[in-house]
Design a protein around this ligand. Structure first.
Ligand SMILES: [Zn+2]
Length: 226
């Protein structure tokens, strides 16, 4: 994506084009970023830079871009810049749809804490976070969508919640594998060393997908024939 803009220096207006990735560095969503500020930074012993901030319309987070000024074309009042880096540099947030947030407000927070740990290279502990996120989405699904007794579900082991309480075959299958892999991430002995965190995350995406589909189906069932 290229954003053309005017930028002022010593009372003169210059035209510049800011080329940035199409995807937000925070939520990874494809979007049209909104340019919210831009400024030259002049340094005595180094090249000038242009610092710009952008707003992502999807996650509504701000991010910064640092551009090096590679050329001034004085007669055209034009400045050529090149993107050096964006802050934050890693995806920090995974957005889940509204239905999932309603069913389990804690799931998204725990998942994103684990993702944050993973993005910071804390790969030996982020898996435990994903395991905890699975426990929250499954238990909150049973309590809030299936009217299971909250006190009972809170105390019941995750494996038993999945095997004994989940009726939907798709959710049950994926959740059981998630629990196995999640336990591997939390215990001394890894029973599935060949399966990595990426697969665990893929399975969590599938749980979220099936729960979301089920909530849409439940909504559809409320519509009666006129
Ligand atoms: Zn975003």
């Amino acid at each position: 994506m290229i954003l053309d803009t005017d930028i002022y220096f010593k009372s003169n207006s210059y035209n510049t084009s800011l080329e940035i990735p199409d995807n937000c560095p925070v939520c990874d969503g494809k979007m049209q970023a909104q340019l919210t500020s831009k400024d030259f930074v002049f340094r005595p012993h180094k090249h000038a830079q242009l610092i710009a901030s952008f707003l992502c319309p999807i996650c509504e987070e701000l991010y910064m871009g640092r551009f090096s000024v590679t050329q001034y074309i004085e007669d055209k009042r034009q400045v050529i810049v090149e993107l050096e880096c964006l802050y934050p540099t890693t995806n920090g947030i995974k957005l889940f749809n509204e239905e999932i947030s309603k069913i389990s407000p804690m799931f998204s927070q725990i998942y994103n804490d684990a993702l944050n740990a993973e993005n910071q290279g804390l790969i030996t502990i982020c898996g435990m976070g994903y395991r905890k996120a699975v426990e929250f989405i499954i238990k909150d699904y049973l309590i809030n969508c299936k009217n299971e007794d909250a006190e009972l579900i809170k105390k019941l082991e995750l494996g038993r919640c999945i095997n004994e309480k989940i009726q939907d075959g798709n959710i049950k299958l994926v959740a059981s594998r998630c629990a196995w892999l999640g336990n591997d991430q939390s215990h001394y002995f890894n029973k599935h060393p060949e399966v990595g965190i990426d697969i665990l995350k893929k399975l969590i995406d599938a749980i979220v997908y099936w729960i979301h589909i089920e909530s849409i189906k439940d909504e559809a069932l409320l519509i009666s024939k006129a």
